[in-house]
Write a protein that binds this ligand. Sequence first.
Ligand code: SF4
Ligand code: SF4
Length: 169
Amino acid sequence: MKTLPVSQALLRLARIRDGLRMVVTRDYEPRAKDCGTCEVRGACCTDEHFVNVRVTRLETEAIRRAIESFPAPVRSRVAKRAAKAAEKLGNSGGSFSCPLYEKESGCLVHKTAKPLPCIHHACYERREDLPPDSLLEEAEKQVVRLNSLVYGNAWNSDPIPIAITRFVL
Ligand code: SF4
Ligand code: SF4
């Protein structure tokens, strides 16, 4: 079977991300807590008991390209944080502090390669205001199909720090 070129798959991946972001922003985030005034801003990305996002091979490629465009000092900081978090994951498993978060800038891949669970996530006062899991699951299914079109069976999902250490270091 002819495989889909990575460049085309990345464009489709961007459309999947944009579609999810559009629905979440339009239909759910107006009832979410404002991140701009959050007293624990960034805890959602750095609290080791909370962050547990995995990314597929294609999403990792999008993150790799985004990191490649960063200035060298930022790349170096990401690499150091990823190595530290990956080592900790290797030793104890579980969750991690995301190496893509920086206090001044927030999520470094917000516009370019943000993983789907991160787009889906916000803090809501009331459980009934949360976007349904099915919204995320449908987008994730599309990403699984895209990975298969590009890589066949030769792909998996890894926690973000592990995925980054595969190419940054
Ligand atoms: S998602 Fe929640 S924890 Fe994270 S910055 Fe926004 S309000 Fe704060
Ligand atoms: S990818 Fe971005 S939004 Fe997701 S946990 Fe990391 S810094 Fe936070």
